[in-house]
Design a protein. Structure first.
Lengths: 116, 650, 326
């Protein structure tokens, strides 16, 4: 069951890298960056999963030795990572807008004044 | 709540973030308030770090602090921790000094830009995140700090968005940097999957049981290349070149002096403390190999550059290559020489970037082919530049020489004791890179400061004292750390090296005595005693040089029988003869009195060297194509290579 | 007090200022005379370099309009001082070196660079385009000879350090002690390619024909020294002569140490020092006079290619042989 998650996460990461390498449009590069982030987020959440566990939300009196819940720490990590991904995507998109204004195009082969 | 020494690290970080928040609230209204809050925040952080020198460096304590008082429960770390040992404090000191200097420089340098409240907010956030990274004792906290650091550095790189290429440089930095961040996060996820903890001390304690599992090795490879991206090692160096060239000079100082050191700090924690596998030969080859390749390729790339700051950026990565190669050697001398060079690099590279900023501020141009002869107009900046250039080229008695000398010894010794020719090759490459660095800075000196002044820059004035003071602070530190390598070694380097190589102490301080041994962690790595292959005493040499110079000067002055002075040319020669227009076309064939502007600089220099290596240079020029997809490809290939190497050989 | 006086004498007389000047001038003069004789000319008198220096000092110094006075005048003196300080660190046969605790081979390598940089900075500040081309060529020549020099240093350091705790050394004192105990290093046949490489490095370092591209009189009007006149020019010329002594002395200290008569006492030291100086003269003849008389000047890209392929190859062969343990 969990293998699907891991394979999916790995595929997302690789697809994201492929987008960044092969696509000549800046928007697609941003999409690739995003996909790498989502792949890693999926990986982290899957790491914490325990088969048959419940959500880790308890009133303190209900908590006992027999409670079996999924690991909450990776969920916290994922939340942080999602927020970071959102900020990075916002920053990247604003840079793309400004690039279009300055260069008139968002084709990466024409946005290369810094080279050599 | 009493404030004790244990609170100083978290206070230092919080002061910076609080300063960022206050500048965002009040900075728009008043320039004085904005500058004042920034000055107090950066100064306060530096003061806290300086106050920690006595307990941590001299007395050998390790300051531990659990946020929210979430102490470990039955041997499991459940809170976020801050652990300041001598290694963290060493980097903390270097960082806070660089931040402080950058801040006071920016007060004058950025005066003509607008939205400065945004600048200082982002700057203080950058400083806070960097300090948080080196003082943190928790792996995911380090990741969050890396992200804040990357994010703010990208924003600040694009700050002057009317400059040509600023947006482009920032986007490339963000996009390819995202590869590195993904690698770090994936590494952390895999480590968590294996060990179920994020605390550095606990990871260091429990990792040895899993040392042979492929998952752990994969995590190591990913973390190494992730931190390496932040340090801009080999295939990630074009990002550095682009970002440094377009960022404002005070931010270039931060990127080259501070952000790269964070990547270096991450790698040191990784190989020395977390995984403790620096004695494995394959790991040494990996780390030293990346360092050596970065060293050599970047210094040769610098010969092709026309932009002052882009050239400085390539040299920056070359020097970081020195640091990483020295760290990878795995001996105590190697690590301390790497740390020494890291500190010196921040100082002299910062100084060089600030002088580049001064030149840009005064003339508006950074093009090596157009500048020239600025020594007459900006003499004090010229002296500061020469101090920085002498330091980076490794001329005695400046600090670059002292740390490079240690690195050569470390490499030569390692080669001798292990009998391995690879380290001798590294030593040779290091020595050659040093002379190529000297050549490059002679080129810059001739192209910018010496030679002939172009008519378009004849109105330049020297930059103001407020901009020169931070440069002098760095220059004085360069000279002192070069003249007193013994003292630097005793107070700063040896404690830091011992702290890094003694993982048991690190673990025990955090998690309680005996924790490390109970999990089977071995004693400290290798021998921390240091023996030198050579001798160098800068004070003796300086005294000798001074005495001989005096003697020579006395003899020369006594011997010359005419006073040295300038003399006005006779009146008849002062006015060049005016030539009738019909005969003007014959003028070039008669060398007349008119002086022609003929500056030999920039691309005209070092023809012999560039001619012989034509194929190499044209290949390199095409390889640094400027397209973000290509840089992403190089990054992905590097990640794949490191992973395959690690799984196959480590 | 007495050590201070002794150090002062060492600094100023032997092996410091006075001795370097006298012996450097002698070496340069003998070199010019021999080259002339080999080319079937009469040649100048042996003390001609000294007469040149004295005459230069009597001329007026003209400072170009673009130059910064302090750097322009100070550069040659700093270069000369740097070179003389190197001479204090080289062990002269059984007399030893004056301040061996101060510097080792890597430091000497860098101090030689400082002397070259003094010339380059002096040239840069003069503002002349000839000087710009000259300093560029001087820098390429420096890059060229550094690689073989470094390889030779590492090979010698490894062989001389076989007795020490770490198996290698950079210290000239240790090298001298090793040769005093085991005989000159040139007798180790694995170091002979390194010795040949070093002999080839010396003329490029000194800047003598056929590697004097930086001072090509026929092309760029003396290059770096175009705008110099008067006593600064004299001092630069003097540094050139002193470099001849320093490089040959370095070669003798590294490869020909331990050739002593074994007589004890002051007489023995004097005789050994004289033998050392004669060996310096022989080395100078081999590596500077003979190529000077025979060869034409090499272009700068030819120099670079020659040093980074052939000479570096020789030195690398030696290093590998030493490493493998031959």
């Amino acid at each position: 069951m969990l293998q699907v998650n891991y394979i999916g996460a790995f595929c997302l990461i690789v697809l994201g890298m492929y987008c960044m390498i092969a696509k000549k449009n800046l928007m697609k590069t941003c999409i690739g960056m995003g996909m790498m982030d989502y792949g890693v987020n999926l990986l982290i959440v899957s790491v914490g999963f325990h088969d048959g566990g419940t959500a880790p939300i308890f009133v303190i009196s209900e908590l006992s030795r027999a409670s079996f819940f999924v690991d909450p720490v990776p969920q916290a990590l994922t939340l942080t990572s999602i927020v970071i991904g959102a900020c990075t995507t916002a920053m990247a998109l604003s840079l793309v807008i400004m690039a279009k204004k300055q260069y008139g195009t968002i084709n990466t082969e024409q946005i290369r004044r810094l080279n050599g | 709540m009493t404030i004790s020494m244990a609170h100083f690290p978290i206070l230092a970080i919080m002061v910076l973030f609080l300063g960022a928040f206050l500048v965002a609230l009040f900075g728009r209204k008043s320039e004085v308030l904005r500058n004042g809050i920034s000055f107090l925040a950066t100064g306060g952080a530096m003061a806290f770090m300086l106050a920690l020198i006595k307990p941590v460096m001299i007395d050998g304590e390790v300051i531990t602090y659990w946020l929210g008082n979430w102490a470990p429960v039955s041997g499991w770390a459940i809170g976020i921790s801050i652990e300041v040992d001598a290694l963290s404090l060493f980097f903390g000191l270097v960082i806070t000094v660089a931040v402080f200097v950058s801040c006071i420089y920016a007060f004058t340098y950025m005066k003509e830009d607008d939205s400065l409240a945004n600048y200082f907010t982002l700057f203080l956030m950058l400083s806070g995140s960097v300090l948080g990274l080196v003082l943190s004792g928790d792996l995911f906290n380090m990741f969050v700090m890396i992200e804040i650091m990357t994010f703010t550095a990208v924003a600040l790189t694009a700050f002057r968005n009317n400059y040509e290429g600023a947006i482009e440089g920032a986007f490339k930095y963000l996009a390819v940097g995202a590869l590195g961040s993904t690698a770090v996060l994936t590494g952390i996820a895999i480590l968590y999957c294996q060990l179920h903890t994020l605390n550095l001390a606990q990871i260091a304690a429990t990792l040895p049981q899993y040392a042979d599992s492929p998952l752990t090795i994969m995590a190591f490879g990913l973390l190494f290349i992730g931190f390496g991206t932040k340090a801009f090692i080999f295939p990630f160096h074009p990002l550095a070149a682009d970002a440094h060239a377009v960022a404002p000079a005070s931010i270039s100082l931060m990127i080259s002096g501070v952000l790269t050191k964070c990547g270096v700090y991450g790698i040191i924690r990784l190989v020395y403390v977390l995984f403790q596998n620096v004695e494995v030969p394959a790991v040494q080859y990996l780390v030293v190999g990346f360092g050596t390749v970065s060293m050599f390729i970047c210094v040769t790339m610098a010969f092709n550059q026309h932009n002052f700051k882009r050239l400085l950026a390539f040299h920056s990565i070359s020097q970081v290559g020195y640091v990483i190669a020295a760290i990878g050697l795995g001996t105590a001398l190697g690590l301390s020489s790497g740390l020494y060079h890291a500190m010196n690099h921040t100082l002299f590279k910062g100084l060089l970037f600030l002088t580049a900023g001064a030149v840009q501020h005064a003339t508006g141009s950074l093009d090596l082919d157009r500048l020239g002869g600025l020594a007459k107009k900006m003499p004090k900046t010229c002296i500061l530049f020469l101090i920085g250039a002498a330091s980076i080229s490794g001329l005695p008695p400046f600090n670059g020489f002292a740390s490079k000398w240690y690195i050569y010894q470390a490499a030569f010794e390692k080669g001798s004791t292990s009998g391995n020719f690879f380290f001798i090759f590294v030593c040779v490459v290091a020595l050659i890179t040093s002379v190529l660095t000297l050549a490059s800075f002679i080129k810059v000196a001739q192209s910018v400061f010496f030679g002939q002044l172009s008519p378009e820059f004849k109105d330049t004035k020297e930059v103001s004292l407020a901009m020169r003071i931070p440069m002098w602070i760095l220059a004085v530190l360069c000279i002192f750390t070069g003249l007193l390598p013994g003292k630097v070694s005793e107070y700063l380097l040896t404690p830091a090296t011992n702290a890094a190589m003694n993982a048991v102490n690190y673990i025990d301080q955090m998690m309680g005595q005996g924790y490390a041994v109970s999990h089977g962690v071995a004693g400290s790595l290798g021998d921390t005693a240091v023996t030198f292959a050579g001798v160098w005493d800068p004070v003796i040499w300086l005294l000798l040089l001074f005495c001989v110079t005096c003697a020579v000067a006395i003899v020369a002055i006594l011997g010359s029988n005419r006073k040295l002075g300038t003399r006005e040319a006779p009146a008849a020669l002062q006015e060049p003869e005016k030539v009738a227009p019909a005969e003007a076309k014959y003028e070039p064939f008669f060398s007349g009195e008119e002086s022609v502007y003929s500056q030999v600089g920039g691309s005209d220099l070092f023809w012999g060297f560039k001619h012989n290596l034509k194929k190499y240079f044209s290949f390199m020029h095409d390889w640094h194509s400027g397209i973000v997809n290509d840089y992403a490809l190089y990054g992905v290939v590097a990640i794949a290579f490191v992973l395959v190497f690690c799984i196959a050989f480590v | 007090m007495t050590t201070f006086l002794i150090n002062l004498v060492q600094l100023l007389i032997f092996p410091g200022l006075l001795f370097c000047v006298v012996f450097g001038v002698l070496l340069a003069g003998i070199d010019r005379k021999l080259v002339a004789r080999m080319q079937r000319r009469v040649g100048p008198p042996i003390l001609q370099p000294w007469y040149d220096f004295v005459k230069c000092c009597g001329k007026e110094t003209i400072i170009p309009r673009y130059a910064k006075r302090a750097i322009f005048i100070g550069a040659p003196y700093v270069g000369l001082a740097g070179l003389i300080v190197i001479a204090l660190f080289i062990p002269v046969s059984t007399y030893g070196s004056a301040f061996s605790a101060g510097a080792d081979l890597v430091v000497i390598l860098y101090l030689l660079t400082v002397a070259g940089v003094a010339l380059i900075v002096g040239a840069a500040t003069s503002g002349s385009p000839f000087a710009g081309v000259g300093l560029s060529r001087e820098m390429v020549a420096m890059i060229s000879y550094e690689l073989p020099f470094v390889l030779v240093l590492l090979a010698v350091g490894r062989v001389a350090g076989t007795g020490t705790a770490i198996g290698c050394t950079f210290s000239l004192g240790t090298i001298a002690a090793f040769q005093a105990a085991n005989g000159p290093l040139i007798a180790h046949w694995s170091l002979i390619p390194a010795a040949i490489a070093m002999l080839l490095v010396i003329p490029c370092e000194v800047g003598s024909h056929p590697f004097d591209i930086a001072e090509a009189e026929t092309e760029i009007c003396e290059g770096a020294l175009t705008e110099y006149s008067g006593s600064p020019l004299g001092v630069f010329r003097l540094s050139h002569y002193i470099k001849m002594y320093i490089m040959t002395a370095l070669f003798c200290a590294m490869f020909l140490g331990g050739i002593t008569t074994g007589i004890a006492g002051v007489v023995g030291i004097v005789v050994d020092v004289i033998i050392f100086l004669v060996l310096c003269g022989v080395v100078s003849f081999l590596c500077m006079t003979i190529p000077h008389a025979i060869c034409a000047r090499l272009r700068v890209e030819q120099i670079f290619k020659f040093y980074w392929t052939i000479v570096a190859g020789l030195a690398a062969v030696s290093l590998i042989m030493v490493w493998v343990g031959l």
